[in-house]
Design a protein around this ligand. Structure first.
Ligand code: SAM
Ligand code: SF4
Length: 330
């Protein structure tokens, strides 16, 4: 079992299978993004090798993310290979975070491979606003994708980034819609990751403000924290769903962090909110003894920081970390 220097058990790996995406959400990417060089991107087989090492080391949950995981060519082969570890009982859960644009195509195969839950990012239910925030997205396609996942037997959770002056009039609608469809929903604060053509200070909405506004329409009850993740969940009595809050800036969630993040080039980041990494991809490609990769992972655990460095305020104009969220995934 992997443990870090603060004795936190590391049992959860997030894998960004590509930093590329078919959308350009305003808070996530610039319109003309420069992506990682293709030659550095590990093949799906190489990514599977690294994932298998983590599974050997006691990782029980893997989430595929990106960029947009479902735009990676032949990604389903990786999903199938990882699904085998579910079948053998080595892995407890395989999940995916997606923008939903390709769910209609992949949901059935995802279910067959063992995926039972997906997170779908959806910041608005308004066609025009969806186009605006994603630049290139198609809300109808996303809704069809979400419904296809539901029909295939996959439990959907909606992720909504809370954005001042953009979707702050929609939270009640979103909860109502999720309630009708039996989807849980998590609200997320914008994080200062990578340069975008927007001032994140202006769109940052602390979730305690969002919560106060929800209290006018809904009642909530506390529920037991099920996973050691960053979200704090409440049960919404009227909608009959869980409503989560991820507020890294207004409420630090690091003490129970159980995850590390692998990029599509094989860099292992110990924290979403810091720039330190070890390069497992490089060693894998040098064809060095597998033990070297194990050693490097153990060393890396000792560098996992106690907490992230996120801060958004008027003095701090530069992002807290240079890389975009799409490199390490949400
Ligand atoms: N493309 C997929 C998607 O959109 O779900 C997976 C990758 S995306 C980077 C993962 C999550 O990160 C999404 O829910 C997205 O809204 C969120 N995200 C991206 N940039 C963010 C930022 N700067 N602050 C907070 N959340 C962000
Ligand atoms: Fe793409 Fe997801 Fe980033 Fe939007 S949030 S640009 S869908 S990676």
């Amino acid at each position: 079992m992997l443990k870090d220097q603060f004795n936190r058990k590391i049992s959860y790996l997030r894998v960004s299978v590509t930093d590329r995406c078919d959308l350009r959400c305003l808070y996530c990417m610039e319109e003309n993004m420069v992506f990682l060089p293709k030659k550095d991107v590990l093949s799906l087989e190489e990514l599977h090798k690294l994932c298998s090492i983590f599974i050997n080391l006691g990782v029980k949950k893997i989430r595929l993310t990106g960029g947009e995981p479902l735009v990676r060519k032949n990604v389903i082969s990786l999903i199938k290979n990882l699904g085998e570890h579910i079948r053998t009982g080595e892995l407890d859960e395989l999940t995916l975070t997606t923008n939903g644009m390709h769910l209609e195509k992949y949901s059935e195969e995802m279910f067959k491979s063992g995926i039972r839950r997906v997170n779908v990012s959806l910041d608005t239910l308004d066609l025009f606003k969806y186009k605006k925030i994603t630049r290139w997205g198609n809300l109808k396609k996303v809704i069809s994708g979400i419904m296809a996942a539901k029909s295939a037997g996959i439990k959907v959770k909606i992720n909504t980034v809370a954005l001042r002056n953009f979707n702050d009039d929609e939270y009640d609608n979103l909860i109502e819609w999720c309630g009708k469809n039996n989807f849980d929903i998590t609200f997320i604060e914008t994080m200062p990751m990578g340069e975008v053509q927007q001032d994140r200070n202006k769109s940052f909405l602390p979730l305690n403000i969002l919560r106060s506004s929800l209290d006018k329409s809904w009642t909530f009850r506390e529920i037991k924290h099920e996973t050691p993740g960053p979200a704090r969940y409440l049960y919404c009595n009227e909608a009959g769903i869980k409503v989560g809050f991820i507020s890294p800036l207004s409420h630090n969630f690091c003490s129970t962090c159980n995850r590390v993040r692998l990029t599509c080039t094989g860099k292992l980041y110990m924290c979403l909110g810091q720039d330190d990494f070890v390069d497992l991809g490089k060693i894998l490609r040098k064809n060095e003894n597998k033990e070297k990769i194990y050693d490097l992972i153990f060393q890396a655990m000792q560098t996992k920081p106690k907490e992230h460095d996120f801060i958004i305020n008027k003095q701090q104009l530069k992002p807290a970390v240079k890389r975009h969220m799409s490199v390490t995934g949400g």
